[in-house]
Design a protein around this ligand. Structure first.
Ligand code: FAD
Length: 322
């Protein structure tokens, strides 16, 4: 059964986040040949980004440009996306399970009085149904869900559903929609970023993460060098954050970010269950720890028993030579 799908795009620093393209791929699957309509909210650059969504599989894109949408607020984006939903009347909606997706989609679902499957890592078609797979119990198990009624509304975890290939011969309209946005209840005055402009942790293909074993803020230096040569993002355990070796924005785990990179290199991390909840679904896990009994080795594909201050610089040197 073909369905018209809406994909809510997400941009950061003027460029679309990769999860937007993954959401288009997910929507294409769910649509079963139905139309894919992208929606983009913001205050600039929307036409260009809308075109990019078309290249990645959207049939057309509706943009809502307004100065009240310069930075994300659930209030402003909620009003803008609702106006598009009311006009387009889609049969399904897909968005990335990002900080914004997690905030916006439940609000939309409640306004639309429909269900929402959050954090899907896979979507497959079996018979009549679209089956969404999502992790439960901090990633220790997976459940499969179907939607029997209402909108096919889901968020997808970044880095799990492969984006379609970019095809710049694709054509589709990018049209602007005027939405009269009521005064916002929250106005963002300024955003103070704590992390550097490095690779985005939740979308990174490679992550080098440090734990309490790095012993100090200085101890992150060798990890930063390894991350640099690999083009990786830097992450951390809560142990390292609590010890003030790094900022909490790097924290991975149950109460931090959930990541699924192709390669996760854990350095001086013991592998507490709360840390594993955020990274155990990574495709390849390398653990460096001087304790051969460390729990991290139970989830690692490759383990190096050794002092990270010896091992990490050697790895960096070797990789530089490749
Ligand atoms: P440790 O457990 O102290 O491990 C340090 C490791 O470094 C050890 O295995 C040691 O052998 C190794 N090491 C030491 N020196 C070296 C060296 N020179 N070379 C190599 N290895 C070395 N934790 C998270 O990470 N993320 C979360 O989101 C999270 N949420 C939590 C939520 C709750 C409700 C609770 C109760 C806890 C949570 N925790 C979380 C904390 C978690 O339980 C652990 O305390 C934490 O993950 C430990 O961090 P760590 O592995 O860096 O430190």
């Amino acid at each position: 059964m073909s369905r018209k799908m809406l994909v809510i795009g997400e941009a950061r620093d003027g460029a679309l986040r990769n999860v937007t393209f993954e959401a288009i791929a997910a929507a294409t699957k769910v649509s079963d040949g139905g139309e894919i309509v992208g929606v983009l909210c913001g205050s600039e650059n929307l036409e260009e980004m809308g075109q990019e969504m078309v290249y990645y599989g959207a049939d057309r894109v509706v943009t809502v440009q307004n100065n009240k949408l310069t930075t994300y607020t659930s209030d402003g984006f909620g009003q803008a996306v609702m106006a598009v939903i009311e006009e387009e009347k889609p049969e399904g909606i897909i968005m990335g399970h990002t900080a914004i997706g997690k905030d916006l989609t439940p609000k939309l679902a409640s306004k639309l009085e429909t269900g929402l499957i959050s954090d899907a890592v896979d979507i497959e078609e079996t018979g009549e149904n679209m089956v969404f797979t999502r992790p439960i119990y901090s990633g220790k198990a997976f459940e499969k869900k179907i939607i029997t009624d209402g909108l096919m509304f889901a968020t997808i975890r970044p880095n799990n559903i492969k984006a379609l290939n970019r095809d710049d011969s694709r054509s589709g309209s990018v049209s602007a929609k005027e939405v009269d946005i009521a005064d916002l209840r929250t106005i963002i005055q300024d955003i103070i970023r704590k992390t550097s402009d490095g690779v985005d942790l939740s979308e990174a293909n490679i992550i080098v993460a440090g734990g309490r074993g790095v012993k100090s803020a200085e101890g992150f230096k060798p990890l930063e060098e390894l991350a640099d040569v690999l083009g990786a993002a830097l992450g951390a355990s809560r142990g390292a954050c609590d010890a003030e070796y790094c900022d909490y924005s790097l924290q991975i785990g149950q109460t931090g970010k959930v990541v699924t990179p192709d390669l996760y290199i854990a350095c001086g991390i013991s592998g507490a269950i709360q840390h594993l909840a955020g990274m155990s679904n990574s495709k390849v896990i390398v653990a460096i720890n001087k304790d051969p009994e460390a729990n991290i080795f139970n989830v690692a594909d490759y383990g190096i028993v050794g002092d990270l201050f010896d091992v990490v610089p050697k790895l960096t040197e070797q990789i530089k030579e490749i």
